[in-house]
Design a protein around this ligand. Structure first.
Ligand code: ZN
Length: 411
């Protein structure tokens, strides 16, 4: 979906502010002699922003509005080196709450709901985002923060929480605790709003079934407000995102080329109205795709598919970009297979080779199945892997995250 004239006008407002503030992006624009964009092509030629740019601006180099207008900062986790500090104006804080309210409404949550919030509060954008949205909706926010399962379950029963906001792993832990204690009939939960970490369909099913609730995925990142820039609706066919606040492109992470709707690549976000720290063409390194067409719910907001991993997960085989999620998607179409698989990439005789190990029960023709899978990969991704079918239980399993992709080329 190409950028619209309305969105272009908003981008031009942000370009002006960035040039005036003379931060890293304003300088980039000045160097290139750009003072605005008048077409989609010109927008698509604008330079990207990277996390390293944001880190280099530490502590307050991203501040684009006058100091007296900044009312809050948040910080994103830096696994290495300096964190990123994002300044917010009062309008940014309010816009974020508006987007979050929209997320709750899209999930069918109303001002009669009681929303138990377990993500953390503080420098992170998590807890406070969930709370501001709940308050703006007029619902009852129950700001628990993380941990203390005993107290979480007590409040959940005494206050009759109807919505739980959590990471998928914490939601699962709560579900298991509730089952273990046999208190399911005292729990009034109807919906769960789950942060957008990558999680499997199986985990989703377990949480949903054990708690008897509907689950909604919420997307966001601190650099772009925080959680709340998108959520799935009840048709669960991707996350609607708010294109009056943000513009999303999907690019090939290697070449930077924009990909057509439907293709998997890196999510790049432009903030359209952010004042404290606007970002133009920010590379998130998250992988997903824009889902073409309109949703059954009738909303006109575009949709982003689930987050399929990080660009670091990307593999290049015989010159073709491949993501583990693409292989997973293909394997899911074969009902005879178990959920376990392993991908091994090696370099033999000057050629890259991908071997895919899959499991099935003994009552199918292994060779025929292997051929069919190899054919499906060839037709959808463009190269032929070697497929090995083994019996269920042969592939390694672990309690923690199982390593499914092994790249022997660099070992
Ligand atoms: Zn929808």
């Amino acid at each position: 979906m190409r950028i619209s004239d309305e969105q272009l006008a908003l981008v031009n407002g942000r370009i002006k502010a960035l040039i005036e503030a003379d931060g890293f992006y304003g300088k980039k624009l000045k160097e290139k002699g750009i003072s605005g964009v008048s077409s989609a092509e010109e927008f698509e030629a604008l330079p990207f922003s990277e996390k390293s740019d944001l880190r280099d601006a530490y502590p307050l180099g991203l501040m684009t509005a006058p100091e007296e207008d900044i009312v809050r900062i948040h910080s994103s986790s830096g696994t290495t080196g300096l964190p990123v500090i994002i300044p917010y104006t009062a309008k940014d804080v309010d816009d974020w709450a508006t987007m979050f309210t929209r997320c709750y409404e899209t999930a069918g949550i109303t001002n009669k709901d009681r929303i138990q919030i377990t993500p953390g509060y503080g420098l992170w954008t998590a807890g406070i985002g969930f709370q501001a949205g709940a308050e703006k909706l007029g619902a009852m926010a129950i700001p628990m923060g993380p941990g203390n399962t005993e107290k979480q379950l007590q409040m959940m029963q005494d206050l009759g929480s109807t919505v739980i906001c959590a990471t998928s792993s914490y939601a699962l832990l709560l579900a298991e605790e509730i089952q273990k204690r046999g208190i399911k009939d005292k729990i009034k939960l109807k919906k769960g709003v789950i942060g957008s970490e990558r999680w499997g369909e199986k985990m989703r099913k377990r949480i949903s079934e054990e708690l008897g609730i509907e689950l909604y995925d919420i997307y966001g990142l601190t650099e772009i407000y925080g959680p709340g820039i998108g959520v799935n609706c009840k048709y669960n066919s991707g996350m609607h995102y708010w294109d009056d606040f943000i513009y999303i492109e999907i690019i090939d992470p290697n070449t930077g080329k924009i990909l057509p709707d439907g293709e998997i690549g890196e999510i790049v976000i432009t903030t359209l109205v952010k004042e404290g720290a606007p970002l133009i063409r920010y590379r998130t390194h998250d992988l997903s795709r824009i889902i073409p067409g309109t949703c059954e719910c009738g909303r006109s907001y575009p949709r982003l598919d689930v987050i399929m991993g990080r660009t670091d997960d990307m593999m290049k085989i015989k010159g073709v970009n491949v993501f583990p999620a693409q292989i997973e998607e293909i394997l899911r179409e074969f009902p005879a297979l178990s959920s376990e698989y392993q991908i091994r990439i090696s370099h033999v005789d000057g050629k890259d080779t991908m071997r895919i190990y899959v499991e099935t029960t003994g009552d199918v023709d292994f060779i025929k199945l292997a051929d069919e899978i190899a054919g499906a990969v060839k037709s959808k991704i463009g190269f032929t892997p070697i497929v090995k079918v083994v019996e269920v239980g042969v592939l390694p399993r672990s309690e923690k995250k199982t390593k499914r992709v092994i790249d022997e080329r660099y070992e």
